[in-house]
Design a protein around this ligand. Sequence first.
Ligand code: AMP
Ligand code: ZN
Length: 475
Amino acid sequence: MTGLRLYNTLSHRVEPLAPLAPPRVTMYMCGPTVWSYAHVGNFRTFLFGDVLRRYLAHAGYDVFVVMNLTDVDDRIIKAAATAGVSVREFTARFTAAFFEDRDFLRIRPADVYTRATEYIEPMIALVEQLLARGLAYRGDDGSVYYAVGSFPTYGRLSRLDARELKTGARVASDEYAKEDAQDFALWKAASPTDEAVGAAWEAPFGRGRPGWHLECSAMALTELRRRFGVATLDIHAGGVDLIFPHHENEIAQSEGATGQPFARCWLHGEFLTMAGTKMSKRFGNTLTVRDLREEQVDPAAFRMVVLSTHYRQQLSYSDEALAAAVEGVRRLGEFRRRLAGAASGAGHPPPAAAELDGGFRAAMDNDLGTPQALAAVFTFVRQANRALDAGAWTPEAAGAALRVFDAVLDVLDVLPADRAPDAELAAWVARRLEERQIARKAGDFARADAIRDELAARGIELEDAPDGTRWRRRG
Ligand code: AMP
Ligand code: ZN
């Protein structure tokens, strides 16, 4: 199949992917909390999942992807109460927006999206199991807590020692009914606010609502059992901020109940940052996919920005990075048109195409090395252009090369959008902005102003911000 090797957070090593029942690979990715528009940082993580599942399929695996939609949690309840609507009503809008944004960025849909509020029954069953096994207890406040001290391997994923775990938990904790500071809520007793927004359910251990960590365990296990009769995921993925406590708690809940490993491989994507700070609603530095769309950014360019950095490195997002990607994407589109024009039928692939195929696989097999995979693509473009200039390829050789190119691009998906006029405009503006930036750096302000006027003449307005220049179309 493939020699795909991935960095497993659990073992702290890059190791061969070893699914439970190949060619099937089951993958669960923690999805969005649908309380507002997801930002491009969230989408960096989802895009990492997209490329991983595409590459697995490319390599011959049968991939099954589950993503949850957290549609009940503290933030949602608070926001719904403020808006005076039910959680269901409140989240519907942001769920729809999430799917729209996903499609815009050409992220392939998961096989199932599990909404937390539709899995209350299995969540209750999981809590009962944990209570029966002595791993959970009912607090004085009517909530049910996980007794972390009773799960011997707690902390293995995040490698925090017991002291660090306690300190971390105490800082995060505002619940005093727990026996131990590091214990976490599986089920939260219903408050009047919960009732008001329709976020309370009957359960044998008291009326209430699920904790966030419980949601993922119950949804993943339900889907695994229902479809494949197993309790172990091949891959569990999310952003690095989820390692502790979220994924640590998911393991404690799932393994505490089933006695079986919850996931064979844990993958974590690093943050997207802007001007050195993690993108987060909390820091007020978010950019949404809506913003990208308004600014007529080609989704392929955004994908290229993301794939240009390895998923385990922080990605520093900037207008300059985007402008470079816009140019890269434009070149790829132009090249594909040229290659398609020269191709007819498919013969034996020329050496450059075989090299692309090998280079791409080698890069991706090495812990999903998308920057190297892109480098292999651009090397191929240069070689192919030279061969075409020299008339060195028969139409059949070009046809074979086109097939290899398309198979690679089917994984990366960084060809320009079909909406050619918009994409061209975006590329043109990006080149102008780059020139203007160079002029400004060189102190040539007359030139910089002239470029601004040139853009204005085509209805493009600029807005200079500390983190770069943004543009939008007037009217
Ligand atoms: P949330 O909607 O907050 O549950 O987050 C959804 C996903 O986005 C999780 O996998 C997070 O780890 C991830 N995430 C949050 N902020 C960032 C960021 N700045 N860069 C990359 N991923 C992020
Ligand atoms: Zn989760």
